[in-house]
Design a protein around this ligand. Structure first.
Ligand SMILES: [Zn+2]
Length: 74
């Protein structure tokens, strides 16, 4: 059975840790969002309130893996 990927874009409003602006963040993969202001990718961290964190090398590797999986599955 063929599956069709629905191309909706998940966006959230939040403060980017890179440019420290309140901006629109676009989901790239689950829990990871890209700032539309400065273009940095951030990790969404929920602990009572939602925060956005800069990525470390592990996060970057995770995103690459997720992107590849999505391409394969999609
Ligand atoms: Zn930013």
């Amino acid at each position: 059975m063929a599956s069709v990927k629905i191309g909706y874009i998940d966006t959230v409003h939040g403060v980017c840790p890179s440019c420290e602006e309140e901006t629109l963040l676009v989901a790239i993969v689950t829990d990871y969002y890209k700032c539309t202001n400065c273009g940095h990718e951030n990790r969404q961290y929920v602990n009572g309130s939602i925060k956005y964190l800069k990525l470390d090398d592990k996060d970057k590797a995770f995103i690459e893996r997720m992107k590849q999986n999505e391409e394969k599955d999609g």
